[in-house]
Design a protein around this ligand. Structure first.
Ligand code: HEM
Ligand code: CU
Length: 850
């Protein structure tokens, strides 16, 4: 329910705060003592662990890069063997992309967003903590495969047929498929947190067009993850199923198509590049105005550019496949689109330059500024070579050569590593009192900048001279020795720069960030993260009236620290944050948040164990671990959805409810985002089904031909799906008054779940009866994949329904306190809809052909 319009005139509140209030806030948000601190979920701790882990992976993958550079330093080198080299470049690329670049941005948002939004924390702190632990454990195990010779060696994009069992026997490829699939789940959990956090926990007054640009870039980032990652999750599922059970999706000999992998992979992989770049651009848009001491030029234009880049980057994936023999018309389209996407990036670059040029006084040359200038230079070069390879005839020459290696490192290192280092230097005063050294920082910058260019510029030339990528050695007679030696020297100069940085961190980064987060604003920045803060984030939540509140609202810092704004206390005596409306940020309710706990940790550990044991085919123990993980998750969720506590005052004459269900609640929003993920996955499935039909129409049944079951099966399955919608809808109405239990609600919920189970079961039975087998051809594989996809949703819904039933029986679910039911029901509706669509496709499409 929207609240009474706040009356900003009554804030800041001049009257002194009651004694003991601050102490209570500190007590509520204190970390658990001693080693139990790892059960903490507050973003100030989890964020630091997260970023530390991501940076560790950067260093580890960097060491692998150095080993490769040593091996390539001169021709005919025998420093390491070929197979090991293959594993190293695969793990280097995979680690950099999946374990460093994406997680480090999510880590930054966990640290920075609550501060920028003056929220106490993001809405799902346990989910963040879960995502972090899952990622740390899964990532470390994945990386360690390199020490046992078990690492995948098919390249970071794992193309079949090379990665099919026939050419990649052994478990190496499975480590990639299950490990990365698992880490993608963690990335999606992070994305849900970011979307709901940005849309629902902004401070009062911070309308969407006052949101810091980093917030916008993370919103686009997270939305892109929601639509891009499912494609690769589906692809990894399919490849793993093909490797384990022989369902032929990619094997051309059995009517599959290896190019399908490339389509799915690059439908994710190209946006991935922007998923990495956009947050970095957002960071730059935060730092540049501070260094120029004036607002960003063209805020609205940049927002449009971010959204446009996000949107159009989905239409470019085929430019990674120019040399695979696709139709000329597609070549033209994707080539033009690839050039067009340079435009929004160009807009941003011009905005930054304009802001720098318009600086009040002079643009301050600090270490962060140096990294930003370095970024502008390197990224511009990478953009130019990008436009070059968008030209198809040129790409046909440069494809798979070191020219490409040079291009994408210019984009990735220039586009994200340099901004990241700017970020470290810029924001570290917010976290640590002992700041990183500005003086050493300049050495770090120059070493990295010179080292980078010395390492990667020559690769353009070696590539044009014909040196292919992914070769472990080359004959000296090719004349590439000098260029490669130069690259190797450059790589070590770059590494030296990183080393100086790491040493500086160790020297200065004492443990003091736990208690001494109260900071001044050393750069005189304008955004909220520079307000004085502590473990509870800001003492009180300000009313925001402009994009740079610290510049435009004098005394804001003092007033916020004195508790003169909203929520100066722990109003419910627990951890809580204000939830506001998505567009104009009006306070709507007070969200009570969970505190430290262990269940999410167990869940992360055992989920990781499940996936990894599955990889080494220890199926029985894997299943046990999976069951433990589910149990831990249920325990974790049991503590959510606390009972309503009536309304509480948050200051400024506003009182808010402490409970919310339905479309206004954060839980509802999270569920909708999750459904979008499931929907994207299903769209990728429908695409694959139609794609394989265009490749092998011969194995698709025609109307009346035998493998297509009778329409009556589809009709009964579809009716069951519809019935389940009805049952959940009726259960919704039948939820009892608080304090009582309703048998009819319970029965309706059970009926709803049973209908879903029966609906999928019938489809499986009908297909099996008709004689179709999944291993037969790509058609059979797709039909059974449909059942698997809907089946796993049905399993989830069933579990959630059981959970809701348990809460109903124990009096924790009623017509008011109903979030656990709503989540199950929402997913049930979606599942039924997907099931219906499945029947339409599987039964309708072949008949339409006939
Ligand atoms: C920091 C210094 C870095 C150095 C010296 C370096 C060096 C290399 C080298 C030598 C290769 C192998 C080329 C080949 O054999 O074909 C490579 C591949 C690759 N690098 Fe880097 N790299 C660095 C940073 C990064 C970063 C920051 C990222 C991403 C964010 C990245 C992503 C990749 C990818 C995706 C591949 C392709 C792997 C494959 O072919 O499957 N690299 N890099
Ligand atoms: Cu691309």
């Amino acid at each position: 329910m929207p609240e009474r319009q706040s009356d900003p005139k009554r804030l800041p509140n001049e009257t002194p705060r009651p004694p003991g209030e601050l102490e209570e806030l500190e007590r509520v948000w204190a970390y658990p003592p001693g080693w139990r601190k790892i059960s903490e979920i507050n973003n100030s701790l989890v964020g630091v662990i997260y970023i530390g882990a991501a940076f560790l992976f950067f260093l580890l993958a960097g060491v692998l890069a150095l080993i490769m550079r040593v091996q390539l330093s001169h021709g005919d080198n025998r420093f390491i063997g070929q197979d090991f080299y293959n594993q190293i470049f695969t793990v280097h690329g995979t680690t950099m992309m999946f374990l460093f670049a994406v997680p480090v941005m999510e880590a930054l948002s966990v640290i920075l967003l609550p501060q920028m939004l003056a929220a106490r924390d993001l809405p799902f702190p346990r989910l963040s903590a879960f995502a972090v632990w899952a990622y740390v454990i899964g990532g470390l195990v994945f990386f360690s495969t390199i020490f046992y010779g078990l690492a995948p060696s098919g390249g970071w994009f794992m193309y079949p047929p090379l990665t099919l069992t026939k050419f990649s026997p052994g478990d190496n490829a499975d480590f990639w498929l299950l490990g990365i699939g698992f880490i993608e789940i963690s990335a999606i959990a992070g994305a849900i947190e970011i979307i709901v956090g940005l849309l629902r926990t902004r401070p009062p007054g911070m309308t969407l067009d006052k949101m810091p640009i980093f917030g916008w870039s993370m919103l686009v980032f997270a939305a892109m993850i929601v639509f891009a990652f499912p494609a690769v999750i589906l692809a990894t599922m399919m490849l793993e199923i093909e490797r384990s059970f022989g369902w032929p999706f990619f094997n051309a000999a059995q009517s599959g198509d290896p190019l399908l992998w490339q389509h799915l992979f690059w439908f994710f992989g190209h946006p991935e590049v922007y998923i990495i770049f956009l947050p970095a651009a957002g960071l730059v848009s935060m730092i540049v105005p501070t260094m120029a001491q004036r607002p960003l030029v063209g805020y609205r234009l940049i927002v449009v550019a971010l959204i446009a880049t996000g949107f159009f980057s989905f239409g470019l994936w085929v430019h990674h496949m120019f040399s695979t023999g696709i139709p000329a018309l597609s070549l033209g389209f994707f080539s033009a689109a690839s050039m067009a996407v340079a435009v929004p990036s160009g807009i941003q670059v011009f905005s930054w330059i304009a802001t720098i040029a318009a600086a009040r006084d002079r643009f301050r040359i600090t270490t962060p500024s140096l990294f930003i200038l370095g970024f502008l230079f390197i990224f511009a070069v990478g953009g130019l070579t990008g436009v070059m390879v968008a030209v198809v005839p040129f790409d046909l020459q440069a494809h798979d050569s070191y020219f490409i290696v040079a291009h994408f490192h210019y984009v990735l290192v220039g586009g994200m590593v340099f901004p990241l280092f700017a970020t470290f230097y810029y924001w570290d005063p917010m976290i640590s009192r002992n700041r990183l050294s500005e003086r050493l920082g300049r050495y770090v910058f120059w070493l990295m900048f010179i080292g980078f260019n010395v390492a990667f510029f020559p690769m353009h030339i070696s590539g044009l001279l014909g040196m292919p990528r992914r070769v472990w050695t080359y004959p000296s007679a090719m004349g590439w020795d000098t260029l490669n030696m130069t690259s190797t020297i450059g790589a070590f100069i770059l590494a030296l720069g990183v080393l100086v940085f790491v040493v500086d961190i160790f020297v200065r980064f004492r443990r003091d960030w736990e208690t001494q987060r109260r900071q001044t604003n050393p750069w005189n920045a304008g955004t909220l993260e520079w307000l004085p803060s502590d473990l509870y984030s800001m003492r009180s939540v300000p009313i925001v009236t402009s994009r740079y509140p610290l510049w435009d609202q004098p005394n804001l810092a003092e007033d916020v620290a004195a508790g003169a704004y909203y929520l100066p206390n722990a109003a419910t005596g627990r951890r809580e944050t204000i939830v506001t409306s998505p567009i104009d940020a009006r306070p709507e309710y007070l969200l009570e948040m969970p505190g430290p706990g262990w269940a999410h940790m167990f869940s992360a550990v055992f989920t990781a164990a499940f996936f990894l044991l599955l990889t080494v085919k220890a199926v029985a123990i894997a299943l046990v671990c999976g069951a433990v993980a589910i149990f831990a998750t249920l325990v974790w969720c049991w503590q959510l959805d606390p009972p309503p506590r009536g309304r509480v005052e948050i200051g400024g004459g506003i009182s808010l409810p402490t409970y919310m269900s339905g479309p206004s609640s954060h839980a509802w929003w999270a569920m909708i985002v999750l459904i979008l993920v499931a929907g994207s996955l299903y769209i990728a499935f429908v695409f694959s089904y139609l794609y394989l039909w265009t490749v092998s129409p011969g194995v698709w049944p025609l109307a009346g031909s035998s493998p297509l079951p009778d329409l009556r099966w589809a009709a009964s399955g579809a009716s069951l799906m519809l019935l389940s919608i009805l049952a959940y809808g009726m259960a919704d109405r039948a939820l009892p008054k608080p304090g009582s239990i309703s048998l009819s609600a319970a029965l309706l919920m059970i009926a709803g779940a049973l209908c879903l189970i029966a609906g999928v079961g019938i489809e499986g039975y009908a297909q099996w009866r008709s004689g179709l087998r999944p291993g037969e051809n790509s058609y059979g594989a797709m039909v059974y994949l449909d059942i698997v996809l809907t089946g796993q949703l049905v399993a989830t819904v069933t579990l959630m329904t059981g959970f809701a039933l348990a809460r109903l029986v124990t009096g924790k679910l009623d017509a008011q306190r109903r979030v656990s039911f709503e989540s199950a029901a929402l997913l049930a509706y979606y599942t039924a809809a997907q099931g219906l669509l499945g029947f339409l496709l599987i039964y309708g499409f072949p008949r339409m052909l006939g």
